[in-house]
Design a protein around this ligand. Structure first.
Ligand SMILES: Nc1ncnc2c1ncn2[C@@H]1O[C@H](COP(=O)(O)OP(=O)(O)OP(=O)(O)O)[C@@H](O)[C@H]1O
Ligand SMILES: Nc1nc2c(c(=O)[nH]1)N=C(CO)CN2
Length: 218
């Protein structure tokens, strides 16, 4: 056995500890900018206080029911999100385009509770659309899946990246009809009660598909 082996043997006495030098600030650590501290604090308070949001789903390409169910499941699988209610399924005439120019949609609305801030909820909505190979070419073009944030805890924002409530929700029966089913007392912030908005919309070709159901994940 060499002397060095002997020194590392478990039976050898513990060498005396040398006092460590006084700690100095690490020059590689930069101070956290106040804007970042503010964002982290805001995210923190959201984390302790889940918010209620309303998400509209639409599909007019591929297997529309499977796609809507996939979107509900993906929302439910998102960390920091719980799906609280899923509306009935409606078959709806394409809104905002030439009649007969696109296949009909399946639409539904989902109520969630989430600790995600609005920007992260939108990112997640886009990721779910992409998972269903949503193509963004023409405005209001046909799509496998559309996931819109209709309302986030009544917040109002005119940011074009995320406008709240959704800027066209109050004029869309394909959003308001299923929303009213799951939340009869719902309000579109700044526009009024969904129940009061609905009669003014006229017939937009929104028909309940009582033969179809979306399942609320456990
Ligand atoms: N509340 C909102 N929900 C979803 N997207 C929004 C919202 N407000 C603004 N946007 C922005 O709108 C952009 C276009 O969204 P999208 O492609 O879903 O529009 P669209 O479904 O064709 O039309 P519409 O907005 O009329 O439903 C998105 O990239 C997003 O940043
Ligand atoms: N019926 C119906 N029409 C639409 C829909 C939709 O989901 N359903 N989505 C659109 C763009 O978001 C444009 N038109």
């Amino acid at each position: 056995m060499t002397p060095s082996n002997a020194a590392s043997s478990p039976t050898s006495p513990t060498p005396p500890t040398t006092p460590s030098p006084p700690s100095r600030p690490d020059p590689t650590v930069q101070p956290v900018p106040p804007a970042v501290v503010e964002q982290v604090d805001a995210a923190d308070s959201t984390l302790q206080n889940p918010k209620r949001a309303v998400v509209a789903l639409g599909s007019n390409q591929g297997n529309r029911l499977e796609t809507l169910q996939g979107a509900v499941d993906a929302l439910a699988d998102t960390p920091g999100m719980r799906v609280k209610a899923v509306s009935p399924v409606y078959e709806t005439e394409p809104w905002g385009v030439e009649p007969g120019s696109q296949p009909s949609y399946f639409n539904a609305v989902v109520i969630i509770k989430t600790t995600l801030p609005p920007s992260s909820l939108l990112e997640r909505a886009h990721a779910i659309e992409e998972a269903f190979e949503r193509v963004r070419d023409t405005r209001w073009g046909p799509r496998t899946l559309d996931v819109d944030i209709v309302d986030y805890q009544g917040a109002v924002s005119d940011d074009p990246g995320l406008t709240l409530p959704h800027p066209r929700a109050h004029e869309r029966a394909f959003v308001l009809v299923p929303w009213h089913d799951v939340e009869p007392g719902a309000e579109v912030a700044g526009r009024g009660a969904v129940a009061d908005l609905l009669p003014g919309l006229g017939d937009q070709g929104v028909a309940r598909r009582a033969d179809l159901d979306l399942v609320l994940p456990d």
